[in-house]
Design a protein around this ligand. Sequence first.
Ligand code: VGL
Ligand code: ZN
Length: 181
Amino acid sequence: MAEEALIVVDMQRDFMPGGALPVPEGDKIIHRCNEYIRKFKEKGALIVATRDWHPPNHVSFKDQGGPWPPHCVQGTEGAEFVVELPEDALIISKATEPDKEAYSGFEGTELAKILKENGVKRVYVCGVATEYCVKATALDAVKHGFDVYLLRDAVKGIKPEDEEKAIEDMKKAGIKILESL
Ligand code: VGL
Ligand code: ZN
């Protein structure tokens, strides 16, 4: 059992500078995510890492009419994690079906069920991108009844102004913004 979970969202090579869908300065939060992973692991929290895990013909890709360049294709280097995860971390793969987009780690996965089975009450969120998968995951965590905290110094957005708006939206939904922890 663990009352707390840390959800590390999509810290994958393709979202870092030089990757297929880079989050500017996404690499600057790698060490912060690693620190939180260590800290939360030490205090017995459940460590969850979500990953974007698309088939090569995913609907979100431009050649399929979607908004994004191909990224995080299942089994490729670009889909690899850039953070250090403990052996017992829970890996949640999302947006794995060709015709379904999923920004949230709760969408089409067992995440809510697993957190509840483990007795989790409080969920802390870090990772990328703030205005897409981080926001969607944090909002879904609220919907599932968890107390949700955003680790502000360990998230990064694609566009600063969109990131600020996303943080306002999260605040309005009852998510607590922690500047650092
Ligand atoms: C993401 C765009 C497309 C994210 C994933 O992880 O925020 N953004 N796929
Ligand atoms: Zn994606």
